[in-house]
Design a protein around this ligand. Structure first.
Ligand code: MN
Length: 519
């Protein structure tokens, strides 16, 4: 337990009882030149935690892991690993153009930070927004990346050009060394601004400086143009992009340099770029002496010029799962159906449920579906498709057709939480949907075309009973429960045996068997 006692200071309390972390291979050397080990990395992060954690809080984060140390293979980890303990807080982020999403880690406490460091996650790359406001950057970033022949001195020169524009607009800005080659300029916002606004502003500044100082600045991404110049990368101001976090160690160089705030005065006086490369021990000494120079990022409220403030959000924001309707219909003291697991509110969940959710969301696996046979007031089937962190759900009285040319009605109902996928049991009489529920078929599906929003879904199901293509399309949307039709497409499906028709794919029980066991 490296430094855990100190790490559990009052900065950000752990959500549950202090977790045990099984640290492994603490002697593993991550940086060969200096012999910097994984144990030292964990130690550094725990010592930096009081300053680091407030900057990471509630920001989904991408880890860059170096299992074999720097020089070996590294990879970006976005999804929370499947083996993550249940006390790790997470945030589901729906993909804009796909049916599924990514469940990111939120590093909100020292144990989580230590656990990530133990994965040899040298670099921490948070988003510019905090959950649950996924479309609202809390600051704007100019990433100054020197091309060949340029260095930190050139970056400092360009940083002052940017600062001059910002000063003219009465916007305070703060600089940090990236810990790689360049500098990053942060403009605290902490106001209602969209990425469309911050990106347009940053791009405008970059293009203006490219025109006025073509000798020093480029704003385009082409590497060939960068020789001797500095790229002002404005494109980081995007809901899908992360930037290396303040106080993160970098795995770019032969030694463990930290992305560290620097004062404007230090940049003004800079002669030897080497003085602004800080290894962890130096970074901690500096923190002890100067405190968190990035503290204003946490609270300083600033607005961009009005024209930018009026820019709305990027296109339609990806829908976040909402289980309000699901929750309103059920009394979770009475039914054993899963309580909604609001993605932004994972701390409310039991550890077991958090684990289940983390597992459920782990990996970039195909989205899942379930068909439940439901013996309620009327026997029917419910088909549920995993989409945007929820189960889109339809009640299909006659079930999915297996022959071509046959259409069955499918009534869309409220979104169900993901752990409804494996719900089988008895809903008590008097409760919404009272009756017996069987997991009749389960598997994954592929979206062949269409979208839920357009009321048209072409699916290929890969279940244990049903395999092949189906087409779901909306015919009436004016009511609370829109009516869709479901038809077989592609080829007809083979008929099911009596055993298949009447048994659960999870437990092989019949509806009567489930009712007896769960009554
Ligand atoms: Mn039902």
């Amino acid at each position: 337990m490296v430094g855990m006692a100190r790490a559990r200071s009052r900065v950000v309390p752990a959500p549950l009882a202090p977790p045990e972390i099984a640290f492994t291979n603490l002697d593993k050397v991550l940086f060969r030149e200096s012999g910097f080990s994984k144990g030292e990395l964990i130690r550094y992060y725990l010592d930096a935690a009081p300053c680091l954690l407030p900057h990471l809080r509630d920001r989904p984060v991408t880890l860059i892991r170096f299992p074999d140390g720097v020089g070996g293979e590294s990879f970006y980890e976005k999804n929370v690993p499947k083996h993550a303990p249940s006390w790790i807080a997470t945030q589901m982020v729906a993909h804009r153009h796909r049916a599924d999403g990514t469940r990111y880690i939120l590093i909100n406490d020292a144990p989580t930070l230590a656990w990530c460091a133990n994965l040899a996650a040298i670099e921490l790359h948070p988003f510019l927004h905090r959950a649950p406001a996924l479309g609202r950057p809390t600051h704007l970033v100019f990433d100054l990346d020197p091309g060949e022949g340029a260095d930190l001195l050139t970056c400092a020169e360009v940083a002052f050009l940017v600062k001059q524009i910002l000063d003219g607009l009465a916007l305070e800005s703060f600089a940090k060394v990236s810990g790689s080659k360049g500098l990053q300029l942060y403009v605290p916002l902490n106001t209602e601004l969209t990425y469309a606004a911050t990106r347009a502003f940053a791009k405008g500044v970059a293009e203006h400086l490219e025109q006025t100082r073509p000798d020093l600045v480029v704003s385009g991404m082409a590497k060939a143009l960068r020789r001797g110049r500095v790229l002002i990368d404005w494109s980081q101001n995007h809901e899908a992009k992360t930037t290396v976090g303040v106080y993160s160690v970098r795995g770019k160089r032969e030694r463990p340099f930290v992305s560290m705030p620097v004062r404007w005065e230090e940049l003004r006086r800079l002669r030897d770029p080497g003085t602004l490369f800080f290894e962890p021990a130096a970074a901690l000494r500096r923190l002890a002496k100067l405190g968190d120079l990035f503290a204003p990022l946490l609270r300083l409220e600033q607005r961009l010029p009005p024209a930018f403030g009026r820019l709305g959000p990027d296109a339609a924001p990806a829908p976040m799962p909402s289980f309000a309707a699901y929750e309103a219909k059920r009394d979770f003291r009475r039914t054993r159906e899963p309580a909604p697991a609001a993605a932004a509110d994972a701390k409310k969940l039991s550890p077991a449920k958090q684990t289940a959710l983390a597992r459920a969301a782990g990996g970039a696996a195909a989205p899942r579906f379930v068909i439940q046979k439901h013996d309620a007031t009327r026997l029917h089937y419910d088909i549920r498709l995993e989409m945007h962190g929820a189960l889109k759900s339809w009640a299909v009285p006659k079930g999915l057709p297996t022959s071509l040319g046959v259409k069955h009605a499918a009534i869309e109902v409220e979104d169900h939480p993901l752990d409804y996928l494996r719900f089988e049991g008895v809903i008590p009489k008097g409760q919404y949907g009272g009756g017996t529920v069987m997991v009749w078929d389960i598997g994954t599906y592929e979206l062949l075309g269409g979208s839920h929003a357009s009321g048209n879904l072409k699916l290929r199901l890969a279940g244990k009973k049903l395999r092949g293509e189906w087409h779901l399309f909306k015919i009436r949307s004016e009511e609370e429960k829109p009516t869709w039709l479901v038809a077989k497409s592609g080829e007809a499906a083979p008929p099911l045996s009596d055993f298949q028709e009447t048994r659960s794919v999870l437990s092989r029980r019949t509806l009567a068997g489930i009712a007896r066991a769960g009554g």
